[in-house]
Ligand binder design. Structure first.
Ligand SMILES: [Zn+2]
Length: 346
């Protein structure tokens, strides 16, 4: 009974320092756990004679109730404390602006390409595509390149490795999209009116050249096609793309696959030729946008088209070049580095 009195005396105080649920469970177990002080005394009850056992049993029950009551009080205290902490915490501020998800958009080169294609499709052109690897016959020979033409040299063209002992035409990464013109003429009888957009590859790498760049070429073959059609087509195109104020000019040039051949310039969209220190046109008032010409009769013949009956014109435009003009970008490599800060500034 003395031991029980001592326990009864300590119960309330034992729960006072409790600060957490695990601590609560530990203190409770100290009294009523399997090895708890009250439990151990309870086990000794059978040792007592009848009448004393009854008195002792009642005392045990009283102490047990006291432990349970102290536990309940302690639980209550912990709950209230947790709630007070929760209320004291900084509330959720629903007026804070949310985080915007980053939305992707078209790369300036893709946008440029789509706009260029749209301009030609509006004039009635079909879009034709071809493989980026092709045979040297489609890339050079059928287009009338003489066998010693420097462009066929390893310096300018990425040839694919030949299997050992292979003969016949070599495969290469196309150096222009003219390969699609060849394929189109070989597979379709005139009239042909196509633009061929896509990536082309050359062994160039400097501020205004990249080893891979995007090009779009056009080809029109029919009866009675003349240089004036070419001129009108490109003029319409330039005005659609750069605005009504823009005019074009042609300068005589040379390409193996056209005769006559011309370089196509557009008037400077930035200064219109009025600013001698213009950083776009360097004061000349003109920007080079591509090459063009009347399809050489030999090329028509090489591609199965009768040059006595049909004539045609072809042109090639550098998409990178057009994008550099539109967005006023000084370095072509900026278009390929995919620096989001730069791309977002356009
Ligand atoms: Zn200018």
């Amino acid at each position: 009974m003395e031991a029980l009195d001592a326990i009864e005396h300590d119960v309330d105080a034992s729960f006072l320092p409790v600060q957490s649920d695990p601590e609560l469970r530990a203190v409770y177990a100290r009294w009523l756990g399997r090895e708890g002080a009250v439990t151990l005394l309870m086990r000794r009850m059978p040792e007592l004679p009848g009448p004393e056992r009854k008195t002792f049993g009642q005392a045990i029950n009283r102490v047990k109730d006291k432990v349970e009551a102290a536990k309940t009080v302690c639980e209550q205290r912990l709950r209230e404390h947790a709630r007070a902490l929760d209320l004291g915490r900084e509330p959720l501020d629903v007026s804070l602006p949310g985080r915007k998800p980053r939305v992707g958009r078209l790369h300036p080169l893709s946008r440029m390409m789509y706009d260029v294609i749209d301009a030609f499709v509006a004039m009635g052109f079909d879009v034709a595509e071809g493989p980026e690897t092709d045979w040297e016959t489609n890339n050079f020979e059928r287009l009338g390149f003489p066998p010693d033409h420097p462009a066929m040299d390893m310096q300018d063209t990425f040839f694919l490795q030949q299997p050992d002992g292979a003969t016949g035409p070599r495969a290469l990464l196309r150096t222009h999209t003219s390969t699609v013109q060849v394929r189109e003429m070989l597979s379709h009888a005139p009239p042909v009116m196509i633009v061929a957009p896509g990536a082309v590859y050359r062994r160039d790498d400097d501020a205004t050249h990249s080893p891979m760049f995007a090009q779009i070429e056009g080809l029109v073959v029919d009866q009675g096609i003349a240089l004036s059609h070419l001129r009108g087509t490109l003029d319409t195109f330039a005005r659609k793309l750069f605005g009504e104020r823009v005019t074009t000019r042609m300068r005589g040039s040379y390409f193996p696959f056209t005769e006559p051949s011309v370089e196509l310039d557009a008037s400077c969209a930035l200064c219109g030729g009025s600013d001698p220190s213009c950083r776009m046109c360097k004061g000349s008032g003109w920007l080079e946008v591509g090459g063009a010409g009347m399809v050489h009769p030999t090329v028509l013949k090489n591609c199965g088209v009768d040059p006595e009956k049909y004539t045609g014109f072809a042109f090639g435009l550098g998409i990178d070049r057009l994008a550099m003009i539109r967005y006023q970008i000084p370095e072509i490599s900026l278009l390929y580095q995919n620096d989001v800060r730069f791309l977002e500034s356009l």
